[in-house]
Write a protein that binds this ligand. Sequence first.
Ligand SMILES: *[C@@H]1O[C@H](CO)[C@@H](O)[C@H](O)[C@H]1NC(C)=O
Ligand SMILES: *[C@@H]1O[C@H](CO)[C@@H](O)[C@H](O)[C@H]1NC(C)=O
Ligand SMILES: *[C@@H]1O[C@H](CO)[C@@H](O)[C@H](O)[C@H]1NC(C)=O
Ligand SMILES: *[C@@H]1O[C@H](CO)[C@@H](O)[C@H](O)[C@H]1NC(C)=O
Ligand SMILES: *[C@@H]1O[C@H](CO)[C@@H](O)[C@H](O)[C@H]1NC(C)=O
Length: 469
Amino acid sequence: MARPPRPPLSFFKTLRSRAKDYLLVICLLLVIYLLYHQPLHAPLSQRTQPLPVFSRAATTNLTRNHLLFSIASSSNSLPGRLPYIRLWFSTYSTRAVAFLDRVPPKPSPSSPPIIISGDTSCFPYTFLKGHRSAIRLARVVKEAVDLNLSDVRWFVFGDDDTVFFVDNLVMTLAKYDHERWFYVGANSESYEQNAKNSFDMAFGGGGFAISASLARVLARVLDSCLFRYSHLYGSDSRVFSCLGELGVGLTHEPGFHQVDMRGNLFGMLSAHPLSPLVSLHHLDSVDPIFPNMNRTQALEHLFKAVNADPARVLQQTVCYDRSNNFTVSVSWGYAIQVLEGNVLLPDLLLLQRTFMPWKRGRNNDAATYMFNTRDYPRDPCKRPTVFFLESVISDETGVQSNYVNQIVGDCPKRIKNLEKIRVLSHQLELGIEQMKAPCRQCCDISPSNESMVINIRQCGVDELISMFV
Ligand SMILES: *[C@@H]1O[C@H](CO)[C@@H](O)[C@H](O)[C@H]1NC(C)=O
Ligand SMILES: *[C@@H]1O[C@H](CO)[C@@H](O)[C@H](O)[C@H]1NC(C)=O
Ligand SMILES: *[C@@H]1O[C@H](CO)[C@@H](O)[C@H](O)[C@H]1NC(C)=O
Ligand SMILES: *[C@@H]1O[C@H](CO)[C@@H](O)[C@H](O)[C@H]1NC(C)=O
Ligand SMILES: *[C@@H]1O[C@H](CO)[C@@H](O)[C@H](O)[C@H]1NC(C)=O
């Protein structure tokens, strides 16, 4: 979050301070008005959820166009974050607006439309060492609704360093009825961050979605909440608290990722939950996700896979090569690990601790995360052999993704004659019913000389993912 600009010193200082007094009085009156008139005296019909008469029809056929993305940004941070925004936003396919504190010096043609946030100087902010900009960014929720754009079923909020996987978000939200009240997102990976905020709060950087019917009500009452929650740190905790007062709790979707971690994300990206990948955040604070590339290049590389088969990105499939005594774990579109011997499936679902805690200087072994982890050997020769995505080719017959070996350190080559792995799959199309009951797919390994070929397919009726059955 960026700090709001400091007001310039001026020789109209006394004039200003008098104006300030007036402002204070106006604010006070506003507080009194908000406390006593809204929403307590709002007519009952405005506070209750509309009856879901058309809900069944309305939830079907959700498209990208039904989503309005609001990007919390500032004129200082936006230019540096445009490379991230460009990955998922384009004027033709996505509706998004960026909320800034003031007009940026150099407007960029590839930027989403810019809205300058309203003045928030009359709201109190009392969190020590925090930034007042939290108020402005919380009010983005209200200002997005007040744009009054047509046909918005979901209001989606994120930071300017949030990368969204829009098609997967559409599939995820299609499970829920936008005419009912829903607040969809995920908490932090860090136990400590959740303990400090709430385990049931959607962290703003991971992004969250609010159904249109709820967002319209929230927009009406938000200012009143902003006065009551001046003691909180961030914008997300303000929104969370106000939704709590409306009686709404979080619908947890594990595809959103706040990424309160640093360093190497490999352990997280190679063992994604079964839900589709919806967002990644804090990408400035982690290493580039592919070797030998800068951050932007690495993400653009991942998007080659995203564009070919969004739902499958990072989905983990495991297959066993019994004749060669290998276990192979595929994180589709990202990386493949080849392990010697028979590694049981549940062990492969644990996240290897390749990353560091968000708070610098913490002991990584003592850091507590919201998921189970396993050790990542210090000795690179004891780690699995990793093959990273090289290219993706797709046509009507299917998708072929190719992965190449990455030599780490100076270990002798452990898996002889294996340079490349080719993965064949079909575009993963998940209906609402499949989204509600997600299921891992299976794979087969066909041996070949210089490369390995893996076929991903739906599992058989009572097929088990294991080396020996
Ligand atoms: C959803 O799309 C299908 C096929 O395009 C169409 O038949 C159906 O009427 C649509 N439903 C709604 C509620 O728009
Ligand atoms: C919002 O849009 C609707 C329909 O487009 C219009 O009737 C209404 O007056 C608008 N409200 C505001 C506050 O602009
Ligand atoms: C990353 O690499 C690309 C291509 O080489 C280059 O255009 C871009 O400026 C680099 N970005 C950064 C932040 O260094
Ligand atoms: C398979 O590999 C593991 C680990 O390298 C080894 O302990 C085991 O003996 C091997 N099994 C066979 C049948 O070769
Ligand atoms: C694998 O190698 C053998 C012997 O070198 C050769 O006869 C065979 O054609 C090769 N197979 C493939 C698929 O390249």
